[in-house]
Design a protein around this ligand. Sequence first.
Ligand code: GLN
Length: 474
Amino acid sequence: MEDLLNLTIAQLHQGFKDKKFISTEATRAYLDQIKKTDEKIGAYLTVTEELALKQAKKADEIISSGKDFPMLCGVPCSIKDLILVEGEKCTAGSKILENYVAPYDATVITKLKAQGAVILGKTNLDEFAMGASTENSAFKVTKNPHDLTKVAGGSSGGSAAAVAAKQAVYSLGSDTGGSIRLPASFCGVVGLNPTYGAVSRYGAIAFASSLDQIGPLAKNIEDAKIIFEAIKGRDPLDATSVEAPISNFKFQISNLRIGIPKEYFKKGIDPEVEKIIKNAIAKAKEQGAKIVEISLPNTEYAVACYYIIAPCEASANLARFDGIKYGKSVQGGNNLLDVYLKSRGQGFGAEPKRRIMIGTYALSSGYYDAYYKKAQEVRKLLQQDFREAFKKVDVIFSPVSPFTAFGVGEKADDPLAMYLVDVYTVAVKLAGIPALSLPVGKVGKLPVGLQIIGNYFEENKILGVGEAMEKMIQ
Ligand code: GLN
């Protein structure tokens, strides 16, 4: 049985086809692995065993009919617990939604179900996806499977840990400022943040709507590509989604121009991490790629800009959790305002409260121009930085994080230190472009991710380059 846990989506698909094993066996193997390991790791908030076995049985029927079946049919996955799966709890890692049961499927789930996917459960996250370590979850801390004293990264820490600990073949996470790429980097799996609008956000609990994107976490690039293909596309239920003009990309490594942003290798990066990233760049160069130093001059403003825009949007999005419409409702006051105050006061943890306050402040009439408007102007400059860069290069390489996974508790009481973890991931989001994290080495036991950044809707290009890098690194 152990073997089934090592297989990729493509290998499982082939195995089902060749009748080597069935989906129910694979699903049981993963459910057993969750039972054996999750007490220590804490990747799952809910295990949907009944749903998984029902879906596996259905997948086995489809597969045994002998007709062609979709790539994800019968393949067990996990879902970040802010993406709605009908009939299952969806907490967003928050007490305010502790007992909320999703009344419908997110569009990405409808798409997975249409392929015959098997959903093992819902994975842990920082509350409302606000964080970089999954320590902000109201329920538990997810540990890094490579070293249980370290964090898994966040906010999709449960998703990344589940894939790394072989508790799911793949997972769906969401990335607002780095939340797919960072945990992927810390846990040594592949994570893809798609172009803004390439994947529907319908049915994902909103954090910052101009930044949120759902994307895959997987064992390798090939799997990430399969999942992206399955979930992308315009959705009439999400007006910001588009039918992505994602072209097939063929390239020779000898024609590839790789940009290295000089601002990303300044002070603050761990020398061991830098060495591994530089080594990956050197390998690409050996194969004939052209390495071009580029400048993204406004990089130093990205974190500040993000931590205005994201909290502003969050303060508006989180207004709906008022003790009346959704989730937790604390009664016992004298009037409606009391219900609001008590429900929100007891339901939200420290980080959402902090962001609601920052966002409300930055949007208030006296400060709007100084903060929100200014941040939007900086956002434009960051977009221009990338536009200029992509005139000169095909892709950009950088670290995902300046360091490997940090210790549980190390930054938990220091919100500013936690915000600075995002230095290499937020600019991409403010620009709306795609980027992935690919494991390219380790410092001791802890994985290091290479970030490959592409221009708008060039997912296939970064995935193609990622695949070539994957082969070079092995
Ligand atoms: N760490 C960032 C934040 O706390 C990013 C989170 C995310 O991408 N969801 O906002």
